[in-house]
Design a protein around this ligand. Structure first.
Ligand code: BDR
Ligand code: CA
Length: 310
């Protein structure tokens, strides 16, 4: 089993990423840590608990983390995810409570007590991961890999920057400079994971409480993506990072140099990807290129079917 920690800001696609991980037999989801991003951290933390409640996940620790970026003003995404961060579905009151420890300490503890076999899967702004690296640098060599959703050749929040990196570029810079092996599922990849009516139908047909929840999430998420970006469906960005942990053949990657723009007037939060190799610098990131769509959707559908047995 591959041990992972999901650091997230649920978030419609974050919720689906959690469900994909927890419904996949070869993944050991050690913890869910939450961060401010799509909504304030108080909301994203509760949303994570609600996802666990719906899915019947009782034993996965859920922790609240950073309330805002390292140095910048907080930016949320109500236009995409609604005021609650996970608007749309009817949501239960969670019975599980947050662990007492801060997300950063949960990440540090898990890594220090591990055999170096934990993969971090950040699918929100990188604040918690950067804070953990700063607070306890001994974790850095303990991280097996970081498989993240963020960045891309172009942006969705500004013309140059993707939301997760835009929100906290200083944190992203710490992570990208850390020397830990990074696989980056950016927008070029995640925009290949857009739902179609056929996919929604297949999810609907599973007909268990979790698949019904996912359909409700996708209804809301497709609508905001249609209204804001003219998309035909919902790109399930964050689940792509989890999918790679389940089976790395789900997308192809290229080793490239990636730097984070922290100063640009128009380009702050951009992932500057040296696709033409002009810097001559050592590649630091495995950049995701081509998604095997069939594999991806099968993975998601199989994971959702898993909840029928519960
Ligand atoms: C990313 O931003 C958030 O809105 C999504 O959850 C995803 O992590 C896409 O840019
Ligand atoms: Ca997210």
């Amino acid at each position: 089993k591959r041990k992972i920690i999901i650091d997230c800001d649920p978030g419609h696609d974050d919720a689906i990423a959690i469900l994909l991980a927890a419904g996949s037999p070869n993944i050991d989801l050690r913890a869910i840590t939450t961060v401010a991003g799509n909504a304030e951290v108080e909301k994203t933390a509760i949303n994570a608990l609600k996802v666990c409640e719906i899915a019947g996940l009782k034993d996965i620790p859920v922790a609240r983390g950073a309330a805002g970026p390292l140095t910048r003003k907080r930016e949320t995404a109500p236009s995409i995810h609604g005021e609650s961060g996970m608007e749309g579905p009817s949501l239960p009151i969670p019975r599980q409570t947050l662990v007492k420890d801060h997300a950063v300490d949960v990440i540090i503890e898990e890594l220090l007590s591990s055999k170096g076999d934990i993969t971090l899967v950040p699918v929100g702004p990188l604040t918690n991961i950067a804070l953990a690296m700063r607070k306890e640098p001994l974790i850095i060599p303990k991280i097996k890999e970081i498989v993240l959703m963020g960045g891309g050749m172009s942006g969705n929040w500004t013309p140059a920057a993707e939301f997760n990196i835009f929100v906290d570029p200083e944190a992203a810079n710490i992570v990208f400079e850390s020397g830990v092996p990074i696989t980056m599922a950016g927008l070029e990849l995640t925009h290949q994971a857009v739902t179609t009516p056929e996919i929604i139908e297949q999810i609907q047909a599973i007909s268990n409480p979790v698949s019904e929840f996912v359909v409700e999430l996708l209804q809301y998420f497709s609508k905001t993506y249609k209204d804001e970006f003219g998309f035909s469906g919902a790109p399930i960005h964050d689940a792509c990072a989890v999918a790679y942990c389940i089976d790395p053949t789900v997308f192809t990657t290229k080793k490239l140099r990636v730097d984070i723009e922290t100063k640009g007037e128009f380009t702050s939060g951009m992932t500057v990807i040296d696709i033409n190799g002009v810097t001559g610098r050592e590649p630091n990131v495995n950049v995701a290129m081509e998604l095997d769509k069939e594999k991806f959707w099968n993975m998601l559908i199989n994971a959702l079917k898993h909840y029928s047995q519960a």
